[in-house]
Design a protein around this ligand. Sequence first.
Ligand code: PGA
Length: 257
Amino acid sequence: MRTPIIAGNWKMHTTVEEAMELVRAMLDGLQAVPQVERVLCPPFVSLYPVAGLLKGTDIGLGAQNMHWEEKGAFTGEISPLMLKGLCQYVIIGHSERRTYFGETDEGVNRKVKAALAHGLTPIVCVGENLAQNEAGETDAVVSGQVRAAFAGIDAASARRIVIAYEPVWAIGTGRAATGEQASRVIGGVIRGTLAELYDAGTAQAIRVQYGGSTNAKNIREFMAYPDIDGALVGGASLKADEFVEMVRLAAKVKFGA
Ligand code: PGA
C-alpha cells in the first residue's frame, strides 16, 4: 500500500519568526499522526531554522523550488547541493512557477533529475488551466506534463517521485475539484500515462496527491478515493489547527484510525 502524503506549501508567506511560530503550533499535532507522511515547505530562508525545530521528529521538510545546476553564476537561485542535508523534498513545476516565472516542461524535467540525483524527493506539479479545462484538453495537457517530467527517468527512480495533480483553476480559488474529477485524472490519466511509460506496477507504486483549495472540510472527500494518496495544501497549511486536522482526517479515511 502507498503511504499517504500531505504536504503544506506555504508559498511566499511567513517571515522566519512566523514560520517558526507556525511549526511550533503544529508540531505536536503532526507528530501524533505517524501513519501519514507529513511535509512542510516553508520559504527558502526558513528552511534552516525550521530544520532545527524538526530535528528528531519524523516530519519532513521541503523546498518550493530549486535550480538544476549544482553551483555557478545563477544569481538568486538555490541548488540541490544547498538543499540536500537540509531538507528531503522539493516541489517542482508548481503552476505558479510555470505561469509567473516561465518554467517549462524541459526545465521541470531537469529539476526532477537533479533532485533524484541528489537524493531529494521531488513533488512534481501538473494540472490544466481553466481555458484548457473548458476546451476539453485536460487529459492531453496533464498526460503531456507527466511525460515531459518523467522523460529519461528509469522506473526505479520514477517510483521515488511524488506527483501533485493541481488543476490551476482550483488553486487558491476556493473552488476545489470534486473528488470524482480528481480521481478520474489521477487514476485514469496520470496512472494511465505512467503505465504506458513504465508498467502497471510502477503506475500503481507512484504516489499522486490532489491539490487546489483543499481544507479540513473537503479533505475526506479526496482521501476516500483509493487513487488519491494525499494533498498538496496551500492556504489551509498556514493555519496550524486546520492543517493538523487535515492530516488527522486523512489518516482516518485511509486507515479508519
Ligand atoms: P491552495 O494551493 O490549497 O491554496 O489552493 C494549493 C497549491 O498551490 O499547492
